[in-house]
Design a protein around this ligand. Structure first.
Ligand code: B16
Ligand code: MG
Length: 217
């Protein structure tokens, strides 16, 4: 069967979650409160606007529409300052092997990310030219768990949804893949990502036989 693969970005290909956390934490601190690592888990896969709404709720802070936009822009500037020093060394362990295998076997693969900064990150890490399609936060109107981002990605690589395999680190993303009738592979904790069809701690835990089986199934 013709199969295709869709990768989430943050938390799957690169660990930009730590930069999002630092930038959101600075925003919170500037507004007079703090956010915890546990709260940060709830921001994974969530859009920029939704993230700020959640954070302001946690800090019990109300902002005008203008202040909201201003804070969000400042957060993104701080986040971009971290991103700008990224290189291909920041690609998470084991990712390269899987991507090489897909290329060698002519399995198309796309990016399906909520981030509006996805293209910059793919450029910084030299990954951009390897993808057959890139679908990110600029291309969608509905956030995960809505499957829009993955459905567009499947369409762009010309593979039916049910033949797509999605790698995701967020609960919302796993749900989106399942709703799209795709095979979901969670990257992270089994307890958190229990809705995924398969879960691995990271890409080094995925052996070639598993990928081969998945592709030829
Ligand atoms: P940006 P993913 C998501 O990326 C992140 O997990 C989430 O924390 C972030 O708020 C969202 O992108 C939007 O990112 O501010 O860069 O547009 O995991 O879907 O690749
Ligand atoms: Mg993610």
């Amino acid at each position: 069967k013709n199969k295709g693969v869709i990768f989430d970005l943050d938390g799957v290909l690169v660990d930009t979650a730590k930069f999002h956390f630092l930038a959101w934490q600075k925003l919170a601190n500037d507004l007079g409160f703090d956010i915890t690592e546990t709260q940060n888990e709830q921001l994974k896969g969530v859009s920029r606007v939704k993230s700020l709404e959640k954070i302001l709720e946690w800090g019990d802070v109300k902002l005008s529409q203008d202040q909201f936009m201003e804070q969000m822009a400042m957060k993104n500037d701080n986040y971009l300052a971290y991103i700008c020093s990224m290189t291909k060394k920041d690609i998470l362990p084991g990712v390269g092997t899987v991507i090489d295998y897909l290329s060698e076997n002519s399995i198309p693969f796309a990016l399906g990310s909520a981030s509006k900064n996805a293209r910059i990150i793919l450029e910084k890490t030299d990954l951009i030219q390897r993808f057959d399609a890139v679908v990110d936060g600029n291309d969608v109107s509905k956030a995960k768990p809505n499957p829009e981002v993955f459905l567009i990605a499947a369409e762009k690589i010309n593979i039916p949804s049910e033949n797509c395999i999605v790698f995701e680190d967020s609960v919302a993303g796993v749900q989106a893949a399942n709703i799209a009738n795709m095979t979901s592979i969670g990257i992270g904790e089994k307890s958190t990502l229990h809705e995924a069809h398969y879960v691995f701690k990271d890409f080094t835990e995925i052996d070639k036989d598993f990928i081969i089986k998945l592709i030829n199934n």
